[in-house]
Design a protein around this ligand. Structure first.
Ligand code: UDP
Length: 356
């Protein structure tokens, strides 16, 4: 199969490397790295100031501009907003101007404009949808794009795709991870882990409650998006339960995360995928998660973790000892088989190279 010339357009949430783009930042790296390893030629449009360990690209356009507000933290009925001097129109102006050099353009932003542009691009424009349903305006544009170009949209998980009315069975590509960046840790310490943006939809309070009941410390990694929420979670458990580690680059994050006996993953929303679930498994750390959203599709119960009844910290507490007794090397091996770069790139190729 001949190499594709592919232009990837990043998230306009801000420069890469600071956690502003959430899981999309890691997805972007995996898309680039995985497809380059398969012999394709990749170029990227991203925000100025991005600091990511990117693989060798054919071309890199770094655009200045004002970050796009996240759809996730707006009311469902909110209208489409684009700030003055926004990154989003800059990105798409660039993509439009250079599209004829490429076989395909791949959008990683969860934004109205790129979906709406699909019909007007002369080079096929594909979209990897990174969230479930959070906004009426986004639902409408995603569903209209799917109706007109059913092959151009892919989703991370079936649960996520299930949020939308689609004309045909969804194309599912899961996500990919470079396992060489995650070291296996065979000997955990007496500590639990939790990773994610510190925001209400991530449900940190339930993990905190489970850790407090067990009397184990909970190490927390992630961007403090909502300080009031973080303070409320801190107050909800005995002092010393929570250990805030901040937002760390992947290399440091994995080194610390690997020492946890288990990861708790407790989202309150329909998480599209849940990168952190796979990142923990890659270090050999079993995961106890609520049976909801993407994470419920990522865990192979009895091998990489266990699933608890939703919104019940007590169920988490009961499953933790079962997680501690799982074989950590089997946990990593299973995760690599499903979510390694090779598996991911092969799913992406299958999608991007089909006609239509
Ligand atoms: N992350 C990180 N350092 C940290 C905490 C989190 O790099 O200290 C990254 C993590 O690797 C993951 C992302 O933040 O890729 C969170 O993605 P996830 O899919 O779990 O949730 P999202 O933020 O997209 O809702």
């Amino acid at each position: 199969m001949a190499g594709l010339k592919l232009l990837v357009v990043s998230t306009p949430m801000g420069p890469l490397g600071q956690g502003l783009g959430g899981g999309v930042e890691l997805t972007l790296e995996a898309v680039l790295r995985g497809l380059i390893q398969c012999g394709h030629q990749l170029s990227l449009v991203a925000a100025e100031g991005s600091a990511l360990k990117l693989p060798e690209l054919q071309q890199l356009w770094l655009e200045p501009g004002v970050p796009q507000p996240s759809w996730q933290h707006q009311p469902r009925q909110a209208p489409v907003q684009i700030p003055a001097n926004g990154l989003l129109p800059r990105f798409w102006q660039r993509a439009q101007a250079v599209q004829h050099h490429f076989d395909a353009v791949l959008n990683l932003g969860y934004d109205w404009l790129p979906f709406w542009l699909t019909a007007s691009f002369t080079t096929p424009l594909f979209h990897l949808v990174s969230m479930g349903s959070v906004s009426d305006a986004m639902d409408a544009v995603i569903e209209a794009t799917a109706a007109a170009f059913p092959q151009r949209l892919a989703f991370h998980t079936a649960t996520q795709a299930g949020d939308f009315s689609l004309p045909a069975a969804p194309i599912l590509v899961a996500n990919g991870f470079d396992f060489s960046r995650y070291n296996f840790c065979a000997t955990p310490q007496r500590q639990l882990g939790w990773v994610g943006r510190i925001a209400p939809e991530k449900g940190l309070e339930d993990a905190a409650q489970a850790a407090a009941a067990l009397g184990w410390p909970l190490r927390i990694w992630g961007l403090r998006e909502d300080e009031d929420y973080a303070a409320a979670v801190e107050r909800s458990v005995p002092a010393g339960t929570l250990d805030w580690r901040g937002f760390l680059p992947t290399d440091q994050l994995q080194a610390e995360l690997g020492r946890c006996a288990a990861l708790l993953n407790t989202p309150k929303w329909n998480e599209a995928f849940g990168n952190v679930v796979v990142e923990a498994m890659a270090c050999g750390v079993p995961v106890v998660a609520y049976r909801r959203g993407g994470p419920a599709e990522l865990i192979d119960e009895g091998t990489t973790g266990w699933l608890a009844a939703v919104d019940q910290p007590q169920a988490l507490i009961e499953l933790l000892p079962k997680a501690f007794s799982l074989d950590r090397s089997a946990c990593r091996a299973r995760a690599q088989q499903r979510f390694g770069l090779e598996a991911f790139a092969s799913r992406l190729q299958g999608w991007l190279q089909q006609p239509g």
